[in-house]
Ligand binder design. Structure first.
Ligand code: DGY
Length: 426
């Protein structure tokens, strides 16, 4: 029996709140969207029924317009700010955030179908329409007028909350003059030096205020909101998810033409992210057209999406190899050789386990088995050294921010553990 496997299962059980899982107690005490999707893979290694329940409970929060919110507030918890009374986003069946998160869900469903049997296929078929509705929401409600790709209205929607990628959009917006005073809770549960700054939080809350003031009308939020950037992370994850949704559609005998049109638009739209100066896929401000210039773990997802030209993919591999020489562990969330790199601050450098997993999956599929296996063995080494942290310092492997973290436990069981069934993948 592998002791770390047992610890990982114990973390998932401990963070279970009755059919859904919190990322970690206190710091993140609700159900988060993409966390739950990855967590389902971890549960699937020992309890498939519980894995599907996690996904069903996430979809229970879907809004009538198709959006699956980034947080579901099933009960009020004083440990978290901003909670349901701040968001006041009551357009769905469960109080929630008014934005979404990277749509990895269809790819997780496809993975469960791939590795499962008839019962798994039936569970997937039962949620197929909901998945379609969510993808359609991205391709319509988050497609700004005149922009060739889907964009995002809040750094939290990208899941890469305060990555320097968002500085262009954040610098271009002002903090609302009448922002209600608030008390942050995150800095009481985690080291403030590893969390976003006060100015960033003021802007995060300003965007929430805008959404609240327009009654969470998603078209107004997208087209008139204070922040609008396009994220290669969301773009590549959505393109991959569209491809996986198409596979599910074909399996269930459902029409695929609408999904094909999304895939075509996503494939050609990838060029929108190509920053010729940085020679990389980078985030971009939709209003000004300005690029971020750092290579991130989201830049590396072109392989996962099966996107990009030969030259773009070769340049991406060169960046990954360069960063692999500069950092002890792979794959940092921000380029260690770029300004603004901070090895332990949220999304400014640390390694995230679920990003390693999907980046490596794409690299392995594209024939870069050596890089994929480095991402996996580095993740294994960091967990063995430090435990099940939210993220890890790429220079030392030290654990950062949240402890006993659900998706880290899930990625261990799914992929990084020596006993992981999908170990052969990367
Ligand atoms: C937080 O509160 O830091 C979350 O990442 C927002 O989704």
């Amino acid at each position: 029996m592998n002791d770390l496997d047992e610890q990982a299962r114990a973390i998932l059980r401990k963070n279970d709140r009755g059919g859904y899982t919190v990322p970690t107690a206190r710091l993140y005490p609700y159900q988060w969207n993409w966390d739950s999707a990855f967590v389902a893979l971890g549960f699937a290694t020992f309890d498939r029924q519980r894995a599907w329940q996690e996904l069903d409970m996430l979809l229970e929060g879907q809004w009538p317009n198709g959006m699956v919110p980034h947080i579901l507030f099933r009960r009020d918890d004083p440990d978290y700010f901003p909670g349901p009374s701040v968001w006041q986003a009551n357009r769905g069946p469960i109080p929630s955030g008014g934005i979404s998160q990277p749509p990895v869900l269809s790819s997780i469903v496809q993975a469960l179908v791939d590795t499962g049997g008839e019962a798994d296929a039936r569970r997937a078929e039962a949620m197929f329409d909901k998945l379609c509705l969510w993808h359609r929401w991205w391709h319509t409600e988050r497609k700004p007028k005149g922009c060739p790709v889907v964009a995002t209205v809040h750094p939290w929607e990208t899941g890469r909350d305060n990555c320097p990628d968002w500085n262009i959009g954040m610098d271009a917006m002002a903090v609302h003059a009448d922002l209600e005073p608030y008390t942050r809770m995150d800095t009481q549960h985690a080291n403030p030096a590893q969390r976003p700054s006060k100015d960033q939080y003021d802007k995060f809350v300003t965007i929430i205020k805008f959404g609240r003031d327009c009654g969470w009308d998603q078209s107004i939020l997208t087209n008139e909101g204070p922040f609008l950037m396009a994220d290669p992370g969301i773009h590549f994850i959505l393109l991959r998810a569209d491809r996986d949704l198409q596979k599910l559609a074909a399996r269930f005998g459902r029409g695929t033409s609408e999904i094909e049109s999304w895939i075509d638009a996503g494939t050609t739209g990838s060029d929108y992210f190509w920053n010729a100066q940085a020679n990389a896929f980078c985030a971009r401000d939709v209003h000004s057209g300005k690029f971020s210039d750092g290579f991130t773990n989201a830049s590396a997802l072109c392989f996962y999406a099966d996107a990009g030209s030969e030259d773009q993919r070769a340049a991406t591999v060169a960046h990954i190899e360069r960063i692999g020489a500069a950092a002890k562990y792979m794959l940092p969330s921000w380029d260690p050789e770029a300004p603004m790199f901070e090895a332990q601050r949220y999304w400014c450098g640390p390694i995230w386990t679920q990003m390693n997993y999907i980046a490596a999956k794409g690299l392995a599929e594209a024939g870069h088995a050596d890089l994929a296996s480095r991402l996996r063995s580095d993740l294994r080494a960091m967990i063995e050294q430090s435990g099940f942290y939210e993220c890890f310092d790429p220079m030392t492997g030290a654990g950062c921010i949240g402890t006993d973290f659900s998706w880290t436990a899930a990625m261990w069981l799914t992929w990084a553990s020596p006993t992981a069934l999908s170990a052969g993948e990367a």
